[in-house]
Design a protein around this ligand. Structure first.
Ligand code: ADP
Ligand code: MG
Length: 290
C-alpha cells in the first residue's frame, strides 16, 4: 500500500470529524466484520434523566432521592449525574464515598450507610432485595429505562429509574452498518431487559448485557477467538480495555479521555454516522491503492 494514499484517507477522515490515529487503523477497518457498540454514552447520549422514583414500606420517594442524591453527587457515572441533578442542591454531605465500578456507589450520609446500584450490588453487600423491588425493576426495564435500588443501613428503601436518549441517527447508522455487511453487537453493563429494549429499537443483531467492565475486554477477545474481526465503539473508562483488545477501536470524543487514548479512531462528531463513514472511508482508500 502506498503511504500517500493512506495519508489522504486520514486527511479525508479529519474533514468528516473522524480522527484516525494512524494508517494502520484504515487497514484494520477494511477487514472488520463485526461492530461491537457500547450502550450508554455510545448508542445513547449518556445524558440521563430521572423518570421515576419510588419508596417502599412507607418511605417517601423524595427521601429515597435525597439519600441517593447525596451519594451520587460524588460519582461521575451518567446515572449518578441524573440522580444528583434531580435531587437538587440542598443535600447532606457524603463521607467514605466509594464508586463500585459497573455496579453502583456507596457512602455514609448523616451517619447512615447508603448504597445505590443494581440488585447484584445489593446481593454482594449482603442486602436482601424484596420481591416488591424486583417487580419494580422488571417493570422499569421493560420500558427501556434503567432502575437502580437505594438501600439505607442494609435495607432497600426504594428505587430510582433513569432513562437515556438514543443518539441522533442511531437507527440509520446501524442500518448502514448492516448494508456494509457487518454484524452488530450491543455490549452493556446494564441489565438484559433494558439492553434488549434498546437493541430492538435499533435493529441490532446481538445483545451481550450485564457484562462487568472487567469482562468487556474478555467478550471482545471471545468474539475474536470465534474468528470474527472486531471493531469496538465505546466512550467510557470502562471501555478502554475492550477498545485496546479490538482489531479496530473507535471512541466518541465527548467520552472519557482514557477511552479516547485507547482508540485508533476518534469520532469528534456528535453522531453515530461517523462509524459507518469511517469503515466506508477505509474501503474507499484501499480501492484507490489497488
Ligand atoms: P454501561 O456498560 O451501560 O456503560 P456500567 O458498566 O457503567 O454501564 O454500569 C452498569 C450498571 O451498574 C448500571 O446499569 C447501574 O445499574 C449500575 N451502576 C454503575 N454505576 C452506578 C452509580 N453511580 N449509581 C447507580 N448505579 C450504578
Ligand atoms: Mg458507556
Amino acid at each position: 500500500a502506498t503511504p500517500t494514499a493512506l495519508m489522504v484517507g486520514v486527511g479525508r477522515g479529519a474533514q468528516q470529524g473522524i480522527l484516525i490515529k494512524g494508517p494502520e487503523a484504515l487497514e484494520a477497518a477494511r477487514t472488520v466484520d463485526t461492530v461491537v457498540l457500547d450502550k450508554t454514552g455510545t448508542l445513547t447520549t449518556g445524558r440521563m434523566e430521572l423518570v421515576d422514583s419510588t419508596g417502599f414500606d412507607a418511605v417517601a420517594s423524595a427521601d429515597v432521592l435525597r439519600w441517593a442524591g447525596a451519594v451520587e453527587t460524588a460519582s461521575e457515572h451518567p446515572i449518578a449525574a441524573a440522580i444528583a441533578k434531580a435531587a437538587g442542591a440542598e443535600l447532606p454531605s457524603v463521607h467514605q464515598f466509594r464508586a463500585l465500578v459497573g455496579a453502583g456507589a456507596t457512602g455514609v450520609v448523616e451517619e447512615r450507610t447508603v448504597l445505590v446500584g443494581n440488585p447484584e450490588l445489593m446481593a454482594n453487600e449482603g442486602v436482601a432485595v424484596p420481591e416488591r423491588a424486583l417487580d419494580w425493576l422488571a417493570e422499569t426495564a421493560r420500558t427501556g429505562a434503567t432502575g437502580v435500588l437505594v438501600a439505607r443501613d442494609g435495607v432497600v428503601i426504594g428505587g430510582l429509574a433513569v432513562r437515556d436518549t438514543l443518539r441522533q441517527a442511531a437507527v440509520e447508522a446501524v442500518a448502514r452498518l448492516h448494508r456494509l455487511g457487518l454484524r452488530t453487537v450491543l455490549l452493556s453493563g446494564d441489565n438484559m431487559v433494558t439492553a434488549h429494549a434498546v437493541a430492538e429499537q435499533l435493529g441490532i443483531d446481538e445483545v451481550l448485557a450485564e457484562v462487568q467492565p472487567v469482562d468487556k475486554a474478555q467478550t471482545v477477545e471471545r468474539l475474536r477467538a470465534e474468528g470474527r474481526r472486531v471493531a469496538m465503539v465505546g466512550d467510557g473508562i470502562n471501555d478502554a480495555p475492550a477498545l485496546a483488545g479490538a482489531d479496530l477501536s473507535m471512541a466518541m470524543a465527548l467520552g472519557s479521555d482514557i477511552a479516547v487514548q485507547a482508540a485508533d479512531v476518534v469520532i469528534v462528531r456528535e453522531e453515530l454516522h461517523a462509524v459507518p463513514d469511517a469503515i466506508m472511508l477505509a474501503n474507499r482508500t484501499w480501492r484507490t491503492i489497488r
